[in-house]
Design a protein around this ligand. Structure first.
Ligand SMILES: [Zn+2]
Length: 210
């Protein structure tokens, strides 16, 4: 089982121990590490990019209990280095954290977030109607988010019975395996591009100012 260092730390550089390197059907190689800094694709978040032993990591995925890093050439087992592209990671963390904030803003209008997609240029949160849900304006959602940004709420990570929960300030956490900013001041300007109803669900599309 790969230890997922990104669950508890924001480091983007460190040592690595390669435990397996096997050929893939497409001619590339799947590398597993004892513990990884790389976030695999999943949970609505794209995979990290970066290098292992100086070799570019082309994609990262979960297979069972392992995190698998796909590279173009075989790597020797044993000690090496791992390096996650910090700029790409920070963008993903900002987008993901903005998604949490939109989820929580939607809840104040009686909606329950059920699906999240935090990819660049296609961010969207899908909500099911809860008790007395009224369709909010984008500006109403943004007012709540900006207040919380002004308060510069800090990230909070809890493990309850092995389940990782991530929240900000005193707001309730969401079960989550992704990466997030340490404080909401890192989020920058959230832009809500659309609030629409689709098959009884509210879909909020969003992006970030560069
Ligand atoms: Zn999250």
């Amino acid at each position: 089982m790969t230890e997922r260092l990104y669950y508890t730390c924001d480091d983007t550089r460190g040592h690595a121990t390669i435990t397996h390197c096997t050929a893939e059907p497409d001619g590339r190689y799947a590398v597993t590490l004892e513990s990884t800094l790389f976030h695999p694709q999943g949970g609505g978040q794209p995979s990290d990019s970066g290098t292992i032993g100086g070799i570019p990591v082309e994609s990262v995925m979960t297979r069972g209990e392992e995190v698998v890093h796909i590279v173009a050439q075989p790597l020797p087992l044993g000690e090496t280095t791992q390096c996650v592209d910090a700029a790409v990671r920070h963008l993903h963390s900002r987008l993901h954290s903005a998604g949490h904030m939109i989820g929580q803003a939607g809840e104040t209008f009686g909606w329950r977030p059920v699906k999240a997609h935090h990819w660049p240029n296609e961010g969207r949160i899908t909500f099911a109607a809860g008790e007395g849900g009224t369709l909010p304006e984008a500006a109403q959602l943004l007012a709540i988010i900006r207040q919380r940004q002004n308060d510069n709420l800090a990230r909070r990570i809890d493990f309850n019975g092995g389940l990782r929960q991530v929240g900000f300030g005193e707001l309730p956490g969401y079960p989550c395996g992704g990466t997030h900013v340490a404080r909401l001041s890192e989020l920058g300007e959230v832009v809500i591009t659309q609030v629409k109803m689709k098959k009884g669900q509210m879909v909020v599309s969003y992006t970030l100012e560069a």
